[in-house]
Design a protein around this ligand. Structure first.
Ligand SMILES: NC(=O)c1ccc[n+]([C@@H]2O[C@H](COP(=O)([O-])OP(=O)(O)OC[C@H]3O[C@@H](n4cnc5c(N)ncnc54)[C@H](OP(=O)(O)O)[C@@H]3O)[C@@H](O)[C@H]2O)c1
Length: 300
């Protein structure tokens, strides 16, 4: 697969790093899109050693900043590479309320909006490639959440760490459904699927000492291993397994295709989330490919 290219966000730690190893083993080019260049270089070395693939590179991407997302896409497009697989893996679960560089609540901004813009700006590259596929890493935490479309980026007054993490993961899922529908309407060949990667003891829980130090170590037997989550992400990215043939716009819990919450399937809310998100990141509502595509129309 030496002619294939994969971008994985947040791949210097946890599930993302294991996913980078899994994808790199197919000898494709793996781009680790991470916010901390130093941590990314150390992780890339580990990925190269584990996969015996030297074609693993780091590129700066901070989803906390829409400008950083635009710069990442600009830098990637300047490399004149194809893009076959995009794995939106990065995620954050914050403690106290905070905001992104652009003033959005951090989890909504990083987990959803940053990836929303990134994906939209890369659609032309994906569409121009063979077998293009997107994996959106969501979470079972979406199941308890709902969205107030007029209050997507909540203020400190309305904020709840756990509820807003769930909402950001619900946004991931609803985005993936809406994206697939819009791509299908355009006759696109891009395939999108969403994933709950299991419950894995990673840095995601660093701000919650009870989980991090007490509950997870005690419950380790019941947890998913990062390598299992990575295998699930790899399978959805490649799409070569027999049970994945023709499967798109679906939600998986680790290896199994499962139903997501009733709320996540509300098409009117999916559409409204898409439109609001376009407004927030300042891109046209209609997806476009090629020379007249989003990249050009937003001065990329
Ligand atoms: N672990 C679980 O049980 C679980 C369950 C359900 C869903 N998930 C989802 O799985 C995905 C991976 O999480 P994980 O468990 O592997 O957590 P993790 O070990 O904390 O890894 C998260 C990754 O996201 C990166 N990231 C955070 N903020 C970023 C930003 N502003 N820009 C770019 N990258 C950023 C982190 O970079 P730094 O190293 O620089 O912080 C790290 O590489 C997330 O989307 C998470 O929501 C995890």
């Amino acid at each position: 697969m030496a002619d294939k290219v994969c971008i994985i966000t947040g791949s210097n730690e946890g599930i993302g790093k294991e996913t980078a190893k899994a994808m790199a083993k197919h000898m494709m080019k793996v781009i680790m899109a991470c916010r901390n260049t130093e941590k990314c270089e150390a992780a890339a070395k580990e990925v190269r050693e584990a996969s015996k693939n030297d074609d693993v590179v780091c590129m700066k991407l901070d989803l906390n900043s829409l400008q950083s997302v635009r710069e990442f896409v600009q830098n990637f497009k300047a490399m004149n590479l194809p893009l076959n697989y995009l794995i939106n893996n990065a995620g954050i679960w914050t403690g106290p309320h905070s905001t992104t560089e652009d003033g959005f609540e951090t989890m909504f901004g990083v987990n959803h909006l940053g990836h929303f813009l990134l994906t939209n700006l890369l659609l032309d590259k994906l569409e121009a490639s063979t077998n293009p596929r997107i994996v959106v890493v969501s979470s079972r935490a979406h199941a308890r959440a709902n969205l107030n479309i007029n209050n997507l980026s909540v203020s400190a007054k309305d904020y709840s760490s756990t509820a807003d993490y769930g909402r950001s993961k619900l946004c991931n899922l609803m985005f993936s459904y809406e994206l697939q529908r819009r791509l299908d309407a355009k006759g696109s060949k891009i395939v999108v699927n969403a994933l709950h990667p299991g419950v894995v003891h990673t840095n995601l829980f660093n701000t919650f000492p009870m989980l991090d130090w007490v509950i997870f170590p005690l419950a380790s037997f019941f947890l998913t291993k990062a390598t299992e989550s990575a295998e699930a992400s790899e399978a959805l990215a490649l799409g070569t397994a027999s049970h994945l043939q023709g499967v798109k716009g679906k939600y998986f819990s680790v290896k199994d295709q499962v139903e997501s919450s009733a709320f996540s399937k509300k098409v009117d809310i999916q559409q409204q989330l898409w439109e609001k998100s376009c407004e927030m990141v300042k891109i046209p509502v209609d997806i476009q490919f090629g020379n007249d595509g989003i990249g050009k129309s937003t001065n990329m």
